[in-house]
Design a protein around this ligand. Structure first.
Ligand SMILES: [Zn+2]
Length: 101
C-alpha cells in the first residue's frame, strides 16, 4: 500500500477501497494528517486495466451455456478486481488545494 506523501503514514486498505467506490474526482484524504491526495492518471489507467478481464468476460467471452454460472464468475472476477484495486492505485499530493489556504 502507498504511504502518505506528507506524513508517510501507510494508507489503510479499507479507506482506499471505500474511496474507490465513491466519485474519484474528489481528493483522497490521509486519515492521519488530512492531506488531500489526487489519484494519478496512471492509476486510473491501471484501474481500468484491472477491470478489463471482467468486462471482456461479461461482454464477449462467456464460456459456459449456463447464464447463472457466467454471471457468478463475472461477479467473482469483479469482486477480486475490486479487492485488488487499492494495491494498484497511486496518489499524488493535491497541490491545487494548497493555494486555497
Ligand atoms: Zn498523511
Amino acid at each position: 500500500m502507498q504511504h502518505c506523501e506528507n506524513c508517510h503514514t501507510q494508507f489503510q486498505w479499507k479507506k482506499v477501497y471505500r474511496y474507490l467506490w465513491g466519485p474519484i474526482i474528489k481528493p483522497f484524504r490521509c486519515h492521519a494528517c488530512n492531506q488531500e491526495h489526487l489519484i494519478t492518471m496512471k492509476a486510473r489507467f491501471m484501474l481500468s486495466l484491472l477491470y478489463l478481464p471482467t468486462t471482456l468476460f461479461l461482454l464477449f467471452l462467456p464460456p459456459f451455456q449456463n447464464i447463472l454460472l457466467n454471471l457468478g464468475i463475472g461477479i467473482l472476477l469483479l469482486l477480486i478486481s475490486s479487492l485488488l484495486s487499492p494495491f494498484v492505485v497511486r496518489f499524488k499530493l493535491d497541490y491545487t488545494n494548497e493555494s486555497r489556504f
